[in-house]
Design a protein. Structure first.
Length: 111
């Protein structure tokens, strides 16, 4: 929400040609996330890639899709007591030999 308020960014292609484009807007709406809040047992999209519109509709370097991807292979996940696969943390109450408490995000670019 703060990203939308401060940067005036969103994931709508027809919003405003001068606005920034949030590639996390679509996945967030689909209930996906990069950070799992264990107390609420809920995902949140904390990690976001925001681009200028020139990467969407100009010649040269361009994104290949209008949403970011979440890197979520089995080897960076931990199955919690509820059977849900969550990021395998590097710190906290219990250490599981993990990498991070956030899942990485990425995009594809083409020239």
């Amino acid at each position: 929400l703060s990203v939308k308020r401060v940067l005036f960014s969103n994931g709508k292609l027809d919003y405003c040609e001068d606005a920034l484009f949030n590639l996390a807007d679509s996945p967030e709406l689909e209930g996906k996330g990069t950070y799992h809040y264990w107390r609420e047992n809920k995902w949140n999209m904390i990690d976001q890639i925001i681009i200028s519109r020139s990467l969407l509709d100009e010649d040269g370097l361009k994104v290949t899709q209008t949403h970011q991807l979440i890197f979520k292979p089995e080897w960076i996940l931990f199955e919690n007591e509820d059977g849900e696969k969550v990021p395998s943390k590097t710190f906290g109450k219990n250490y599981y030999g993990g990498y991070s408490d956030h899942l990485p995000v990425y995009i594809y670019l083409r020239k």
